[in-house]
Each structure stands twice: as C-alpha cells, then as structure tokens.
Design a protein around this ligand. Structure first.
Ligand code: SF4
Ligand code: SF4
Length: 314
C-alpha cells in the first residue's frame, strides 16, 4: 500500500531494501545533463576509433547527455552494485574465463532484482520507473559515481572503496525526487598498476581503454578475427580478461558474492584446453545456457580457442 513518506525516508527505505536483497551498494543521483568533461571523453573515445567494432557505442548521443529521454519526467537515477566475485577460481591450468561470466548471465539476474526493487519502490509511493543494466545508453559509471556508489579507476572499472571492482552495475530511473547522495572522487592516487599490467597496453593515462587492443573486447565483442598482436598476448585468456582488476589494490578485500545464481556453473571447471578444442555446438549450448558467454556465440568461443597457444597447456 502506498504511503506518504518524505523523500529522505524514501531513500533510506530504498537503500535498506537494496542491501537486504543482496546489492552491495545503492545511491541516488539527480537527473541532469552529464558534464562536458564526461561527454567529451566519450566523444573522443569514439572519434579516435577506440570503441573498435562496437558501433552501438556511437549511438544515442542525446540520451547519453541526459537520461530524461529514457524516461520522461525522470528526476533520480538510483544506482546499485551487485557483487560477482566468485568463492573460487577456475582451475589454474585451464583456459581462463573472466570471472563475471562464471555464473548466470548478469542481465537476467540484475533485471529480476531491479524489478523486485521497483515493485518495492512503487509500493512506497506511486511513480514511473525504468530499469537499466548495460541495456541503455547511460554512462553507468558516471551515474554510479554521482550516486556515491564508487569511483571510476584508471582501468575504467567502477571501484567501491573497501570492496573493489568485481561488481555489476544497475540503474533505476525514476520520477521520484530523492535526495542525492554524496559523489565519490577518484581514489587511484599515484597508482598505475593497471596501466603497467595490461598485457596489450590498452589503458592510456587519460583513463581511456583502446578496445581495438583490449583482450576482453576482442574475445567477447569482436565478430571478426582477433588481431595478431592481441592473440599473441592472450596467454591463457579464452573469454575476457581480468588482469586490470586482479592487480588493483582495491580488490585485495574482495569477498565472494552471496548471490547463488552468480556462482560458477560446475561444468566450467571441466573445460580444459583439450576439452575446449573438441567442444561441439550442442556442448556449447548446454554448458553455457543462460550464461553471458553466449554473447560470443559458439563460433566466437572456438575462434578464441584457436587463437590460444597450445604449448601453454601442455
Ligand atoms: S581487460 Fe585486460 S586487455 Fe583489457 S584493458 Fe584490462 S588488462 Fe588490458
Ligand atoms: S590499479 Fe591503481 S590506478 Fe588502476 S584502477 Fe586500481 S587503484 Fe586505480
């Protein structure tokens, strides 16, 4: 039943509910134009071709500038973070999958959880809401910073102080006018560990990732051949890359997720190099049903397997 709560009471209730549900952080940002600095950074990334083959990243400039177009009358962005850090890694000798892809596709998990949070919000006060999880042209990390959830590191990941960066982000745009949280400033300091550790030198000093070189982008988003220079540096990485997160000091205190759906699917640990080389389309469909790995499709994963150096797995 709808009640007549003050905006500050509403934001406390929503934040508490989000944490109860299993989100690790929740904050609120006022809907307005993103600053020129953020918008121009994106434009430069596009203009210099660093988005590689991700043509969709070029689109919807007006919505990126101001998310009001995604939900007319939107007043607040509610930003949430969901921990996906696994309790254990895949066997060290196997080809490596990025940790975010161990469990169920985060889009499904996040959509369900955001839907539940929206139901709760609307039970408190009638309002319009729109859920987003990597599904709308929003500068997600900017809004998470504005909402006090975390800060964007030099590796372009959203980092929650004291918790690290192994988090999915989700947003609820709402017509509710909620008091904004205190934004968080960068806490990278003089650190450059991610820049130095990136095997393909894809991270520039101005916090821009060159997706043409990034192993994560090339093994997941690219539909063509993997550039030779990138393939040479894949090491054991067959799907995605976690290196710029693994070296980040903020991830020293990462704790395993409590979300059961994000736990590693058991068959992942059986995927040795030799098993992957004989994987059939039917195997792929069964093993990765409901997984984010399906984004690369069978052909993409097998292309990645072929790019690996077999001598690394002898
Ligand atoms: S994901 Fe890997 S390749 Fe891409 S920027 Fe990070 S360390 Fe470099
Ligand atoms: S490794 Fe260092 S520079 Fe890179 S994101 Fe983490 S704290 Fe920032």
């Amino acid at each position: 039943m709808a009640t007549d709560l003050l905006p500050s009471d509403l934001s406390v209730a929503i934040g508490e509910k989000a944490l109860q549900m299993g989100f690790s952080a929740c904050g609120f940002a006022l809907v307005q134009d993103v600053p020129d600095e953020v918008y121009n950074h994106w434009q430069e990334w596009i203009a210099t071709g660093k988005h590689a083959t991700m043509g969709y990243m070029e689109q919807h400039a007006p919505l990126r500038r101001n998310p009001q177009g995604l939900l007319p009358g939107a007043r607040t962005v509610i930003s949430v973070a969901l921990n996906y850090y696994p309790a254990e890694d895949m066997p060290a000798g196997n080809p490596r999958f990025a940790r975010y892809a161990y469990g169920r596709d985060y889009h499904d998990v996040m959509r369900c959880m955001l839907g539940e949070l929206v139901q709760y919000i609307q039970s408190l006060q009638p309002c319009e809401c729109r859920c987003c999880c990597d599904t709308a042209p929003l500068f997600e990390r900017y809004w998470a910073m504005q909402a006090g959830v975390g800060f964007t590191g030099r590796n372009s990941q959203l980092i929650i102080p004291g918790k690290g960066s192994y988090f999915f982000l989700g947003e609820i745009l709402t017509t509710l006018n909620l008091p904004p949280s205190q934004p968080i400033e960068s806490q990278c300091g003089e650190c450059r560990k991610c820049i130095d550790a990136c095997p393909v030198r894809a991270i520039s000093d101005n916090r821009m990732i060159d997706a043409r070189r990034c192993i994560s982008c090339q093994t997941i988003e690219n539909r063509g051949d993997i550039p030779t220079e990138v393939a040479k540096r894949m090491g054991r990485r067959v799907y995605g890359c976690d290196t710029c997160q693994e070296v980040c000091p903020h991830n020293r205190h990462a704790v395993p997720t409590s979300i059961a759906a994000l736990a590693p699917r058991p068959e992942l640990s059986t995927l040795t190099y030799s098993r992957l080389t004989t994987l059939t389309q039917a195997d792929f469909s069964r093993i990765f049903a409901g997984s984010a790995v399906k984004r690369a499709k069978y052909q993409g994963l097998m292309r990645n397997v072929e790019a690996l150096d077999p001598t690394l797995f002898e």
